[in-house]
Design a protein around this ligand. Sequence first.
Ligand code: NAD
Length: 547
Amino acid sequence: MSDLSADAVATEHPGAVPADGNPAAPGGGRTVGTAVPRSLVDRLAAGITATGVPSVVETVAPLTGERLAALPQSTPADVEVAFQLARRAQAAWAALPVRRRAGVLLRFHDLLLKRQDEVLDLVQAETGKARLHAFEELLAVAMAARHYGRAAQGYLKDRRRGGALPVLTHAVEARRPKGVIGHISPWNYPLELCVGDLLPAFVAGNAVVNKPDTQTALTGLWARELLIEAGLPADLWQVVIGDGPVIGPAVVEHADYVSFTGSTRTGREVAQRAAARLVGASLELGGKNAMLVLSDADLEAAAAGAVRACFSSAGQLCISIERLLVHRSVADRFLELFVARTRALRLGGGLAYGADMGSLVSVRQLDTTTRHVDEAVKAGATVLTGGRARPDLGPYFYEPTVLDGVTPEMAVCGEETFGPVVSVYRFDTEEEAVAAANSTPYGLNSSVWTRDLRRGRAVAARLRTGTVNVNEAYAAAYGSVAAPMGGMGDSGLGRRHGAEGILRFTEAQTVATQRMMPIAPSFGLDDKQFAAVMTGGLRVLKALRFK
Ligand code: NAD
């Protein structure tokens, strides 16, 4: 393993430091090589289900572009083994009382907070994001662990329902685990989108076969170790790794339910495969999210919020804002504040707090970002700040970028960039702003800024997105883990968080017990008399307001 020094980045990736570019953050002095030593990689890789003599794929640290880990790849046969092991472990786990399973989540919560530095290093090493943004993931996971640890019993308990005949029919709705969940996750939030989504699945009594993105597999494997330390039976969470188009379909092929987070294109394929098997799927997909700055917004707060909205994790966040819709009367002042804040963001990849934005994850993300910006500029858009790569900082760094004058034929207008790029549009009426925000097949997240909270919530009701944040970028809705989060339209199906986020991992089962008389002619009544008695009974039930 080479010694990857964040401080050495400048020498590893020489390039002219632009005089007017974003400043570099202090490096912090610690190296990826010492934070993620070979011994740790080997220990974590032992958690992958890959038998025989597996082929190995190397990952790189985006901060420097140097080798990070060599990970064994699973085969479709390994996926089958993983499901067998998971299925065996699931039966005993499901037999435990919910309270015992919830206890694992609560212990995990405490361990995670205690050992946070270990996993923040891993998230940064695998994704290249700033430590603050890695911490946001940890925050989300801890909130989910606390919520489902405390609330699972309530979500999962048997519920008495009105029976077919009052008094005579006793009906109960019960929740049974699906069995083994196939969970496919992307690279951008490797802690939250891996373990965060799995916590409700486990507490509901399921096992999981998880296929994380190879680039960020170590983070999930670390979380698996921690959950095992908190009391999760080891076989309950199987990890398989490999080429998405090969191993992903193999996971869907065996799963009792599929939970997928990734691009809309892959999500459609996953949905089709799940549908062919008649198993359910939840799909958390892409977005082209809008932020609306209304004429009465607190512009300082909105500018600070827009920075978080657009550049957290270098824009590689499904709920980040790529379209800024600003009321014409405040646009100049807002842009002055926003562009100044954006230009001042400190870029860097040290394994310490201090950088405001880190690197993109890969050359693929850098290429898309560069293409979207360059094409737009060629077609007439203006760069208000940013608009270039920063090889002096690392191979995949790109400056936070604000574009003006973007028109519909430019890719950056309608396609998800998934990078640190936002386009500004002006509007005159609220009507126009709502129509513009909704003028996309996506429907994931949106953000509305106004001093009038009632007005903000009224605008929210007209936006076709699964979450709307009033006077916040995304964290208010995402962090409200007791409420559902997900996408409308091309942004997905189903929801994580809240009741939907756990009940999706269960089957509803109604257990109805009939007492004293059947729901059929009896007590000497013939068919006609039975029909007459029931007709009268139905009238009475409606009059008595029975539901
Ligand atoms: P992706 O669709 O390329 O990959 C996601 C996962 O699917 C990876 O593990 C990949 O290996 C696997 N995969 C690839 N081909 C597959 C196939 N044919 N069958 C099954 N699995 C397959 O997405 P990505 O580029 O890794 O992630 C970025 C995308 O994810 C963005 O569009 C982003 O908006 C979206 N995303 C959405 C959310 C959300 O909550 N809505 C969260 C994070 C990311």
